[in-house]
Unconditional design. Structure first.
Length: 582
């Protein structure tokens, strides 16, 4: 800042002015009108106004250098704002940018750029695709436009985005293995336990590809559209490790080995336990994970066990609790619980009983662990009762809608009988609730099966298997929060790249969760980042236009910088940019 003396015929007026840069152009801005020389002489009791003004400006410059100066902004109620000029920007992405750079993604982009002949900024494109997927999930075209909402403006056009997708597809395996190696610099990864699961994503098209990824298959969402299938490995802390995209008509059981082999070769991992659900637990996959230092833990359907094993599993005697050698008869459990006070009843229902034995199935030695929980029994009973009520309502209100039921469909409880009013066989159809099916299903309430080749204590194996919910949550976040489907891309390479950006976004989000000590829900985090907007004061800085909350305070404390001042000066914002890119 400096002094300006405006002289006219009868008066000299002193101003504080400064040079600012607005939209890359140098401009002179009036900071403050100090007054005329005559006015200041009266006010300063005869002190030299020029000397006082210079001392005053020197003090302002000192405060500005220290970052403590107050900023005065003038607005006119009659002056129109410029047309097509943006004033509001999102700053929530800055916290994602910090993790993006800690994961070394800018270096990964640089390495990829060195191998390919293109001139666009891959780092700028990938980072905006990732930030946009989390904060403003939408199509690639919309993301290109929405990227302009971030304080730091993008340096690419839409055609560069589509060209970059082809490159990202080619380098997907390299990106995944590099991400894992860079993530070790942020925190230790729990790779002793790896969870694997599959899901699928639908496309808004009617016909499958001739020989591409989009094929008809069994949709998790029961949609008739072509789908692609995603296999995902997650570490023991819920952070994604690797993924693969397969054709929609691929049997999910055959997707595990190829991706696991990639992990063995590219991730330098060889000792781990693979945990899957029953649908992925083929005998071949189990045997594959008995080699070397690998092992498996997988869900086992009790209904599909051979008769002797099923009888043993449902036998009420011989049950144990972790840390005790005593055996229990669970048939007496309900009676004991009913006589307890409410607090003790809740504790008793949460206790997990177990029994275990070694079995040999198809040439594979494995330990079968069966658990029983009164709480799980109540859960299954309540779910079934709700389905029975839906079935009864359908019988009463609209029996014409009754069709052949699918597995786990509430219509499985409806029994169809052809008879006359006299009970003779005829063409009339009578619908009723099938009590036999209810009794058969109720026999399995509260029971849960797990198979493993580990020698560990049953209670530890049960704990491992219980954490499978985290990989289901990963898929839910991608589908619901990141809006990763329906997919509107058609080329296989671009589809692969789309899920690569979703995968990176999921890793960054999970690491952000951990930095916040998992205190907030997914919607609280994403909505909080989306709402962190700033109003730009041209030439001065950015005024926060968001509500300061415990969430924003925790964000700032976790990442080591703050934006919740009345105004963040341009100089301070540049320091924040540098902080997020270290």
């Amino acid at each position: 800042m400096r002094l300006k003396i405006s002289k006219s015929k009868n008066v000299e007026i002193l101003y504080v002015i400064k040079t600012v840069y607005i939209d890359g152009k140098q401009r002179t801005k009036t900071v403050e009108r100090l007054g005329s020389v005559v006015e200041l002489k009266e006010k300063l009791n005869g002190k030299d106004p020029i000397k006082w003004a210079k001392e005053y400006i020197a003090d302002l410059n000192r405060k500005e250098k220290e970052g403590t100066s107050e900023i005065l902004v003038k607005y006119s109620p009659v002056k129109e704002i410029p047309k097509n000029e943006q004033f509001s920007f999102n700053g929530g992405y800055l916290f994602l940018q910090k993790i993006y750079h800690q994961l070394g993604l800018y270096r990964i982009c640089s390495d990829i750029s060195d191998r390919h002949k293109f001139t666009f900024d891959l780092d700028s494109i990938l980072s905006r695709l990732v930030y946009g997927r989390i904060i403003f999930p939408s199509s690639k075209l919309a993301t290109c436009e929405l990227s302009k909402k971030f304080i730091e403006q993008p340096h690419f056009d839409i055609q560069h985005v589509y060209r970059a997708l082809s490159v990202l597809s080619t380098e997907s395996d390299f990106i995944q293995s590099s991400l894992y190696k860079h993530s070790l610099k942020i925190s230790k990864r729990n790779t002793g336990i790896l969870f694997y699961d599959c899901t699928n994503f639908f496309f808004e098209i009617e016909q499958p590809d001739v020989d591409g990824l989009r094929q008809y298959g069994v949709s998790k969402e029961h949609r008739p559209n072509p789908i692609v299938q995603m296999g995902l490995f997650m570490d023991g802390d819920g952070v994604p490790l690797a993924f693969s995209i397969n054709k929609g008509n691929t049997n999910e059981q055959v997707t595990l080995k190829p991706l696991e082999k990639t992990i063995l070769s590219d991730f330098d991992l060889s000792k781990f336990v693979v945990c899957t659900d029953a649908g992925l637990a083929s005998n071949s996959n189990r045997k594959f994970n008995t080699k070397g230092d690998r092992a498996f833990v997988t869900t086992q359907s009790i209904k599909k066990l051979k008769k002797p094993l099923k009888m043993w599993a449902l036998d009420p005697e011989g049950w144990k609790l972790s840390g005790s050698s005593k055996t229990y008869d669970i048939s007496k459990l309900d009676e004991i619980i009913d006589n307890m006070c409410l607090e003790d009843k809740l504790k008793a229902k949460s206790r997990v009983f177990y029994k275990q034995r070694w079995i040999n199935e198809n040439g594979l030695e494995q330990k079968l662990i069966i658990t029983y929980s009164a709480k799980y029994k109540d859960y299954q009973k309540n779910i079934r009762q709700s389905q029975i009520e839906r079935a009864q309502k359908l019988i009463t209100s609209n029996p014409k809608r009754i069709s052949k039921p699918k597995q786990n469909d509430f219509k499985r409880f409806i029994k169809k009988t052809n008879c006359t009013t006299d009970g003779e066989i005829a063409d009339n159809i009578v619908f009723s609730i099938d009590e036999d099916i209810i009794v058969k299903e109720a026999a399995f309430d509260g029971f849960y099966g797990v198979c493993t080749n580990l020698m560990d204590d049953a209670s530890e194996i049960i704990k491992v298997n219980k954490r499978r919910w985290q990989i289901e949550e990963c898929f839910r976040i991608m589908k619901s929060e990141f809006k990763s489907r329906p997919v509107y891309l058609s080329r296989d390479d671009r589809i692969q790249a789309h899920f690569t950006t979703c995968f990176i976004s999921l890793i960054i989000y999970r690491l952000l969760e951990k930095k916040l000590e998992e205190k907030y829900t997914c919607s609280e985090i994403i909505n909080g980042l989306r709402d962190m907007n700033f109003l730009e004061i041209k030439g001065e800085g950015y005024v926060p236009a968001y509500t300061r909350t415990d969430f924003t305070d925790d964000l700032h404390n976790a990442f080591g910088f703050k934006t919740h001042y009345q105004i963040v000066t341009k100089k301070k914002m540049k320091e924040i940019f540098r902080t997020t890119k270290k």
